[in-house]
Design a protein around this ligand. Structure first.
Ligand code: ATP
Length: 261
């Protein structure tokens, strides 16, 4: 009998409480297979960012464990890339130097690193803007730089916290496609936090629904890849968005976690 492959990320009965006594996350179980793209949705304040921080090693769980490739996460590591809602670029560094920041934190960037950074800039449509400073870029361009920066060291795991929330609808769709292309190319494992139902369904293989510090539902997304405009406007896509909406309402409790297992 074949043994199931070890998940790339494994969250096991993970809880997080604050010293004032509040429970922010309660016994979360979740697993992400290598190369899978998972989305995490839920209302504001339900604990999404806190869970992402546990996986990133920026917070330690109060109970249970988070493992990456079977090893307990003990702090932020080089194998994880992080993209925040605000692009958090350094204003005094050019686009190219912002991109190379994760490399220059550990060693002097080499010509091969520059080539890699330029290739990523090309992939996100920013060729020619290498020498600009962040204040000379639009919001969408800054988000593209932040995305490329998170991928410059080719981390096997990418964690994104509403990275496109501030963008207009068309730029957002373009960046979603850029993200899918980049992650497919490197077989990156992804956990993506969003409030946006259509964004979660379009991007993910599986969507987790959080509510009040609990994982309430799991929705598999059996849409073919690569995904494009034909998927975005298909009846199947709309039906899945509606199913996720119901799951977020809690009005369809039969979309239970067991469905994902
Ligand atoms: N250090 C802390 N001390 C006390 N409460 C905290 C702390 N950090 C987070 N919280 C609370 O925990 C809850 C979850 O916060 P979190 O940022 O994880 O939610 P979220 O789902 O990401 O929200 P949003 O969608 O608005 O970004 C919130 O009610 C927040 O106020």
């Amino acid at each position: 009998m074949r043994r199931p492959a070890m998940p790339f990320v494994s969250i096991e009965q993970a809880g997080y409480g604050v010293p004032s006594g509040g429970t922010i996350l309660d016994r979360i179980d979740w697993a992400i297979g290598e190369g899978e793209f998972h989305a995490l949705v839920g209302r504001s304040g339900c604990g999404k960012t806190t869970l992402l921080k546990l996986v990133a090693g920026l917070l330690a769980p109060s109970t249970g464990a988070v493992r990456i490739q079977g090893q307990p996460v003990q702090g932020p590591g080089a194998q994880v890339g992080f993209v925040f809602q605000a692009p958090t670029l350094l204003e005094w560094r050019t686009v190219l130097d912002n991109l190379l920041l994760p490399v220059s934190l550990t060693r002097r960037p080499q010509p091969a690193d520059r080539r890699k950074a330029e290739e990523l800039l090309d992939l996100v449509g920013l060729t020619g803007l290498e020498g600009r400073y962040p204040s000379q870029l639009s919001g969408g361009q800054q988000s593209r730089v932040a995305l490329a920066r998170a991928l410059v060291t080719e981390p096997p795991l990418l964690l994104l916290d509403e990275p496109f929330a501030a963008l207009d609808a068309i730029t957002r769709e373009e960046l979603q496609d850029d993200l899918l292309n980049l992650c497919a190319r490197h077989r990156t494992t992804v956990l993506f936090v969003t409030h946006d139902i259509a964004e979660a369904v379009y991007l993910a293989d599986r969507v987790a629904v959080m509510e009040g510090g609990h994982l309430r539902h799991a929705l598999p997304v059996p849409l073919a890849r690569p995904r494009g405009r034909d998927v975005r406007y298909s009846p199947r896509f709309n039906a899945l968005c509606l199913e996720l909406r119901h799951a977020m309402d809690g009005s369809k409790s039969d979309v239970a976690l067991e469905r994902a297992s």
